[in-house]
Design a protein around this ligand. Structure first.
Ligand code: ADP
Ligand code: ASP
Ligand code: MG
Length: 412
């Protein structure tokens, strides 16, 4: 029998009525002949609530205890989901991440999955049960509970789908699929039928919160077909898949904005081998995730080095830079904590010209100053002032006609 993994996000399971609505989707899949594994998130704003409960008692809670606490949100949902299915006449059994041996490393609050023992799940499925697994969590080799980072239930679901060889992994959420940009900011954003793993990886890394980035990476590496759709209706959503030839025809498929960014610039660093390595080794040691590095030689003796970090990592990043500053003989350190990053993504950029020009023109027309620019083969990002973030996203969406179906947009 084919296995289907269905993941339900926080808003989809926020109350009893919504859990019942999700349970009906599970029952429908069972009646279609699937063995179903459900992955559920914590209800509504439960995880945020648990975070604030922790901070009320300790402004810097031990990370192990944080994970012990946060994992309980999902544990509640899975038990409630199983009860709902039982009341609807279906046999179901719920498990925490630890109970299905979702083994992770020990990086509390951002652990990575190492292995999953799918046998326990398979045994239950073969007994005709619906299996419900708590998303977002696992345990390390010493049996400490870990969590995978905010939004991590997507990753639990896709990883389980890979481990079980599922036919598809459905990600049920509160929008109809993946849109050309966040529909909460740009109301006319259009839902895509398909998107490539690579584009979705870029969009997710640039702040499209609809999918956890590691879920997309798992999907790509293990060939899991991912279907992002709305738990409130039966519409077809968006399929995340390998690239298909016609995708190249779409120049820009999506846009994002990351509002909570900061930029650190090391001005006048000694232009000698090893200095960049020293800076980023420090930052890595401090577990800071670095975005968009730019280094430019400004004279034979000196170079400027800039990079972006999330505002939440800024203090740690500044501390790390201060520790190394003297060694680099750096003239000054310039920090901006009011930055946003607006980006466009599309595999078609590889084969079309004029994309950068169109983006810069759109921002210029909106009177938005670009403070730095970074590119990859399939994206262009501009850092701008945070107070202009939404205006910039809208300007870019209009310029690239992201409110129109791909076939109706002009090519450059
Ligand atoms: P869940 O709790 O189901 O995991 P999330 O809040 O994590 O849901 O993700 C869904 C939200 O992602 C949507 O409500 C939407 O505002 C936001 N989002 C951001 N970018 C996009 C995008 N490109 N397409 C769809 N949704 C997006
Ligand atoms: N409950 C977790 C969070 O709010 C995980 C998830 O929803 O995916 O981040
Ligand atoms: Mg999510």
């Amino acid at each position: 029998m084919a296995i289907l993994v269905q993941k339900f996000g926080g808003t989809s399971v926020a109350n009893a009525q919504r859990i019942r609505r999700c349970a009906k989707k599970v029952i429908k899949a069972v009646s279609d002949g699937y063995q179903v594994v459900v992955v559920a998130s914590a209800r509504g704003h439960q995880t945020d609530q648990l975070v604030s409960d922790a901070l009320e008692l300790n402004p810097n809670p031990p990370k192990r205890e944080m994970d012990q606490l946060l994992s309980t949100g999902e544990q509640q949902t899975v038990a409630l989901f199983a009860m709902a299915l039982d009341a609807m006449g279906h046999e179901a059994i719920s498990f925490t991440g630890s109970q299905v041996r979702m083994i992770t490393d020990s990086a509390y609050t951002k652990a990575r999955i190492k292995s999953i023992d799918a046998d326990r799940i398979r045994k239950q499925l073969d007994q005709g049960k619906i299996v419900i697994v708590a998303g977002f969590q696992g345990m390390d080799e010493e049996e400490n509970i870990t969590t995978l980072g905010r939004g991590g239930s997507d990753t639990s679901a896709v990883a389980l789908a890979a481990a079980l060889g599922a036919e598809e992994c459905e990600i049920y959420t509160d929008v109809d699929g993946i849109y050309t940009t966040d529909p909460r900011i740009f109301k006319k954003a259009l839902k895509m039928q398909r998107i490539s793993y690579d584009e979705m990886l870029e969009l997710a890394s640039l702040g499209a919160g609809v999918m956890h980035i590691r879920a997309v990476a798992f999907g790509k590496n293990y060939n899991v077909r991912i279907h992002v759709r709305n738990s409130a209706n039966d519409k077809e959503g968006t399929i995340i898949t390998h690239e298909v030839p016609q995708m190249e025809g779409v120049v820009v498929s999506g846009a994002t904005v990351q509002k909570e960014m900061a930029k650190i610039s090391l001005v006048g660093v000694d232009n000698v081998p090893g200095n960049a390595a020293k800076v980023f080794a420090r930052l890595a040691k401090a577990k800071v995730v670095v975005h968009d590095i730019i280094q430019t030689e400004v004279s034979p003796e000196k170079a400027n080095l800039s990079f972006m970090v999330a505002v939440s990592d800024l203090d740690t990043a500044k501390e790390a830079v201060e520790k190394i500053r003297k060694e680099l003989d750096c003239d000054s350190v310039f920090v901006r904590d009011d930055v946003a990053l607006v980006s466009v993504v599309g595999v078609g950029m590889r084969t079309h010209y004029g994309v950068a020009e169109k983006m810069f023109e759109a921002l210029a027309k909106a009177k938005i100053n670009i403070d730095s620019i970074t590119t990859s083969e399939i994206r262009i990002s501009c850092s701008i002032g945070r107070n202009q973030a939404e205006k910039a996203l809208k300007a870019v969406c209009v310029a690239f006609e992201l409110d129109k179906p791909a076939g109706q947009r002009s090519k450059t």
